[in-house]
Design a protein around this ligand. Structure first.
Ligand SMILES: CC(=O)CC(=O)SCCNC(=O)CCNC(=O)[C@H](O)C(C)(C)COP(=O)(O)OP(=O)(O)OC[C@H]1O[C@@H](n2cnc3c(N)ncnc32)[C@H](O)[C@@H]1OP(=O)(O)O
Ligand SMILES: NC(=O)C1=CN([C@@H]2O[C@H](COP(=O)(O)OP(=O)(O)OC[C@H]3O[C@@H](n4cnc5c(N)ncnc54)[C@H](O)[C@@H]3O)[C@@H](O)[C@H]2O)C=CC1
Length: 314
């Protein structure tokens, strides 16, 4: 099966039929409309959920909306290839299920699930959830999309520790099939069941894991990305050759240098720095000079138009 065929298949499976919404969660609030939050809002709305997307200002909300719109058009082009009018309808109906807000406390007052996808910073996430805990309905489940932080710590300032878990999506959200459903020691059986049901409803294959650093995928993936950058720093091979090697020699859809650009160097730096601080004895998490330099220069990867490679239109 080609990479292209599998992308088409997953888009078809996730978006072509309007699946019945049997689960308890019908309204979701997504906080943060960046790379991940806009994707999470998109797949939720495409599955029939009512979605409120929260950003810090109207301009960022507009940006998130147009990213979702563009992505939905790509999905429609693939899934409704033979029926463009149905594709247009799918885009329009999905967009109509998404509303925007800049006040998170107001937005969560009538929601079943909050999925947080803001900056990878413990103190900021804790503060956000503590604020929302005081105003959200009792039944509302809180979840973080964190890449690397402890869900238990993020939840530590909330009362609803039994209604708190991790919902870790992968980039690009509309295409990647996996959702890691993270259960802490405090997550109740009922909350866990509802998170698993919701994940399946939004079209993902769910795996479950404990609340350990990087869960399953990132604990394996991030050290590999860091090793690829160290290889580059030693001058062992060029970025292109490292990427070609892993694509053709290990069957990865993207090489590690391309993938680091795709994930964003700010995110990878937050992950590595956080793990290094907690586990300084593990050399896999040592800081990377090259990454620090790219971040200080604002070259965060594909999202800013430049990282290891340039993505600027010539
Ligand atoms: C850091 C963390 O916490 C966790 C993480 O996310 S780690 C990162 C995980 N992600 C990965 O590892 C991604 C690895 N890369 C891939 O799987 C693939 O390269 C890819 C799916 C991203 C792109 O697939 P590709 O075949 O190489 O390239 P491309 O031709 O651009 O895309 C193929 C199709 O995918 C779909 N697609 C890709 N991105 C899309 C998006 N954002 N929205 C909608 N559709 C999209 C489209 O159907 C596209 O076809 P069109 O360009 O004709 O619209
Ligand atoms: N980039 C990736 O590949 C992946 C990232 N993640 C995780 O998802 C989270 C978000 O990452 P990205 O989407 O990449 O970041 P991003 O930088 O693209 O988006 C974050 C967005 O959150 C907004 N924001 C910040 N504080 C906010 C607040 N208090 N209220 C509302 N919005 C706020 C910002 O304006 C920004 O648009 C992080 O925890 C990250 O670790 C998880 C999986 C993959």
């Amino acid at each position: 099966m080609t990479a292209m065929a599998s992308v088409s298949q997953v888009l078809k499976r996730n978006f072509s039929s309007s699946r019945a919404m049997a689960g308890a969660i019908k309204h979701v609030t997504v906080i943060g409309g960046g790379l991940m939050g806009s994707g999470i809002a998109q797949v939720s709305a495409a599955a029939g959920q009512k979605v409120c997307l929260v950003e810090t200002n109207d301009k960022l909300l507009e940006g998130a909306n147009s990213r979702i719109h563009e992505s939905l058009k790509r999905v429609a082009k693939k899934v409704y290839k033979e029926k463009p009018a149905e594709g247009d309808k799918f885009v329009e109906q999905t967009m109509s299920r998404i509303s925007g807000a800049t006040d998170a406390s107001e937005a969560v007052k009538n929601t079943d699930l909050v999925v947080e996808a803001i900056v990878e910073n413990m103190a900021i996430k804790q503060k956000l959830f503590a604020t929302l805990d005081a105003v959200a309905p009792k039944h509302t489940i809180f979840a973080s999309n964190t890449s690397s932080l402890s869900i238990t710590e993020i939840a530590s300032q909330c009362q609803r520790k039994d209604r708190f878990g991790g919902l870790h999506f992968f980039n690009p959200v509309p295409v990647m099939k996996l959702l890691e459903v993270v259960r802490t020691n405090d997550t109740s059986d009922d909350t866990f069941k509802k998170m698993m049901e919701w994940g399946q409803e939004v079209g993902k294959t769910c795996i479950t894991c404990k609340d350990t650093p990087g869960f399953v995928v990132n604990r394996l993936l991030v050290p590999m990305l860091a090793e690829a950058v160290r290889m580059l720093e030693r001058g062992d091979a060029s970025p292109r050759d490292i990427d070609t090697a892993m694509k053709l020699g290990a069957g990865h859809p993207m090489g590690p240098i391309e993938l680091a650009d795709y994930v964003g160097h700010d995110t990878t730096k937050f992950i590595l720095d956080g793990w290094h601080e907690k586990m300084p004895e593990n050399p896999l998490f040592n800081p990377l000079d090259t990454l620090n330099k790219l971040v200080s220069e604002g070259k965060l990867g594909m999202k800013t138009g430049e990282g290891f490679y340039s993505y600027k239109k010539k």
